[in-house]
Design a protein around this ligand. Structure first.
Ligand SMILES: Nc1ncnc2c1ncn2[C@@H]1O[C@H](COP(=O)(O)OP(=O)(O)OP(=O)(O)O)[C@@H](O)[C@H]1O
Ligand SMILES: [Mg+2]
Length: 442
C-alpha cells in the first residue's frame, strides 16, 4: 500500500507549549486576545486523533453557531488543511441522530457541537474535549462534559479549554484557584505571528497590538493584558450572563414587540427587536449591530428580517419603534420602514435606573430583562477585527460610569461602546418611565 507523507508545521511556544504537552484532567489556557490559545489546543486534538486510532474528541462551545465563525475557521485553514487534502479525515455534516463530525481514516472521530443542544453530544463518550471560550459556559455545562470523558482510547482523558479572562469571581477562575482545574497563562510572545523567536515584535504584531492598545476599561485589561479583573464602576453590576443571557426559544405570536434604535455610522448603528411576555418581561431576540452602513441600508436589512418575499410580515409588527434623537436618521428610517417612530426619553440616569431595576431580581426572584443568545443577525468584521463589542450582550459587562477627574460619581456613563446599552435603555425607559404619570409643575 502506498503511503503519502504529509508535512505540517506547528511550533507551540510558552504556555501554549505547556498546554500542548499537559495531561491534566482539566486544563484552562487563559490569556489576552490572539496569543495562539485556540490554535495550540486544536493542533493537540488533531495530533491525538492521528496518533491514537479510534480516539474520540469533541470541539464544543456554548453555541454551535458561534463555533462556526471561530474555532472551525482556524481548524480548517491552519490545522487540518493538508491532512484533509491527503484524505486522512473528512467532514460528515451530521443527521437527526448524529452530531456533525470529522471522521479520520484511522477510525478516530472529532465531534463538533454546542452546549445549547447538549443531548446530541452528551450521549457519547470522549477521550479529549476542547471547549472554546470557556467563560461562556456555566459550571454545570463543564461538569456535564467531564462525565463524558471515559472513552479510554488514550492513556489520559482531558477537558482542555481556552478563554479570554473575565471577572475574578467567575466560577472558572474559582475552579482554577481551588486547584481542580489547571490554569496556564499565555502571552502575546507565545504567538510567532506576533513575536519572533528572539522576542522582537513582528510587523503584524505591531499592527495587532496597536488595536488592542486602543481598547479601554476592562476590555483593555482582559484582552490586551490578560487579567481577570472586574469592571470598575460597572453600571449594570447585577448583569450576569448565566442569568440574563438565555437560550433561544420560539417567541409566541401574542407577545408584543418593540424595536429600539441607536443611530451610528462610524460607530455601530443598533436596531434591537424586543418581545414582552404576559408578565411584562423584556426579551431581546434579534439585533442588527453594524458600522458603516447608512440608515436606508439598515432599514432595508431590518425589513428583510420580518417580511417575506411576497411582502407579508412573518412576525408581529412593533407596537413602537423607539429611537435616539437624530432627526435626520429618524426621518429616513420612518420613510424606508414605512412606520412611525418615537424619540427616546432623553434623561440618562433615570433610564439607567429602569434598566438596573429590570436586571435585578423582581419579587418572584427573576429579572425582567433577558437577552437571547445569538440574537445578532450578522457579525461586523470591522468590530471583530478591532476587538470591540459586536453586540449588546458583549457591551453590558464593560458599560461603566465615567469616573474621570471632576466627574460626579454615578452621573454619566463612559461614552464608549455604549450603543446597544443606549438602545436597551430607551426601551426600558419607554416602558417603565412613561407608565408613571409625570407631574407637571405649573
Ligand atoms: N504557534 C503558531 N504558529 C503559527 N501560527 C500561529 C501560532 N499560534 C497562533 N498562530 C496564529 O495566530 C492567529 C491567532 O491564534 P488563535 O486564534 O489561536 O489565538 P487565540 O489566543 O485563540 O485568540 P482569541 O483570544 O482571540 O481567541 C491564528 O491565525 C493562528 O493560526
Ligand atoms: Mg481563541
Amino acid at each position: 500500500m502506498a503511503t503519502t507523507v504529509i508535512r505540517h508545521r506547528f511550533e507551540p511556544r510558552g504556555a501554549c507549549r505547556q498546554a500542548f504537552e499537559s495531561r491534566a484532567s482539566e486544563l484552562l489556557l487563559s490569556g489576552p486576545a490572539g496569543t495562539g490559545k485556540s490554535r495550540a489546543l486544536l493542533e493537540k486534538l488533531h495530533l491525538l486523533a492521528l496518533l491514537h486510532p479510534g480516539m474520540r474528541g469533541l470541539i464544543v462551545r456554548k453555541t454551535l453557531a458561534s463555533l462556526g465563525s471561530t474555532a472551525l475557521v482556524t481548524w480548517n485553514r491552519f490545522v487540518v488543511a493538508e491532512a484533509r487534502r491527503a484524505g486522512d479525515l473528512s467532514w460528515y455534516g451530521g443527521s437527526p441522530q448524529e452530531s456533525p463530525q470529522y471522521r479520520y481514516r484511522n477510525g478516530s472521530t472529532i465531534v463538533v457541537g454546542g452546549m445549547d443542544k447538549p443531548s446530541k453530544i452528551m450521549s457519547s463518550e470522549y477521550d479529549v474535549c476542547y471547549v472554546q471560550e470557556a467563560i461562556e459556559l456555566g459550571e454545570p455545562d463543564w461538569e456535564a462534559i467531564t462525565t463524558r470523558l471515559r472513552n479510554g482510547k488514550i492513556s489520559f482523558q482531558q477537558l482542555m479549554a481556552d478563554t479570554n479572562p473575565d471577572t475574578p469571581t467567575h466560577w472558572l477562575k474559582a475552579r482554577c484557584d481551588r486547584g481542580v482545574c489547571t490554569m496556564l497563562d499565555s502571552r502575546h510572545e507565545d504567538n510567532p505571528v506576533l513575536y519572533d523567536k528572539d522576542g522582537s515584535i513582528t510587523e503584524a504584531g505591531r499592527a495587532y497590538l496597536s488595536k488592542l492598545d486602543n481598547l479601554t476599561g476592562p476590555r483593555h485589561m482582559r484582552l490586551r493584558r490578560g487579567l481577570w479583573v472586574a469592571a470598575e464602576g460597572q453600571i449594570y453590576d447585577s448583569y450576569d450572563p448565566a442569568i440574563h443571557l438565555i437560550d433561544r426559544f420560539d417567541i409566541p405570536e401574542s407577545w408584543t414587540r418593540y424595536w429600539a434604535v441607536d443611530f451610528g455610522y462610524t460607530n455601530p448603528m443598533v436596531i434591537q427587536w424586543w418581545a414582552v411576555d404576559p408578565d411584562g418581561r423584556l426579551y431581546l431576540y434579534r439585533e442588527i449591530y453594524h458600522t458603516r452602513r447608512t440608515v436606508d441600508v439598515h432599514a432595508r436589512h431590518a425589513l428583510a428580517q420580518v417580511v417575506d418575499a411576497d411582502g407579508n410580515w412573518t412576525e408581529p409588527r412593533p407596537r413602537l419603534i423607539v429611537c435616539d434623537h437624530d432627526a435626520e436618521g429618524r426621518a429616513v428610517l420612518e420613510r424606508d420602514l414605512g412606520m412611525g417612530t418615537v424619540a427616546a426619553q432623553k434623561t440618562v440616569t433615570d433610564g439607567i435606573q429602569t434598566m438596573q431595576g429590570r436586571l435585578g431580581a423582581a419579587g418572584d426572584g427573576r429579572p425582567r430583562m433577558f437577552l437571547l443568545r445569538d440574537s445578532l443577525v450578522e457579525r461586523d468584521p470591522e468590530l471583530v477585527d478591532a476587538k470591540k463589542p459586536t453586540c449588546t450582550a458583549e457591551e453590558i459587562p464593560g458599560y461603566i460610569w465615567d469616573l474621570g477627574q471632576g466627574k460626579a460619581p454615578k452621573e454619566q456613563p463612559f461614552k464608549v461602546d455604549d450603543h446597544g446599552c443606549d438602545a436597551a435603555r430607551y426601551i426600558s425607559a419607554e416602558l417603565d418611565l412613561k407608565q408613571t404619570p409625570r407631574v407637571r409643575i405649573m
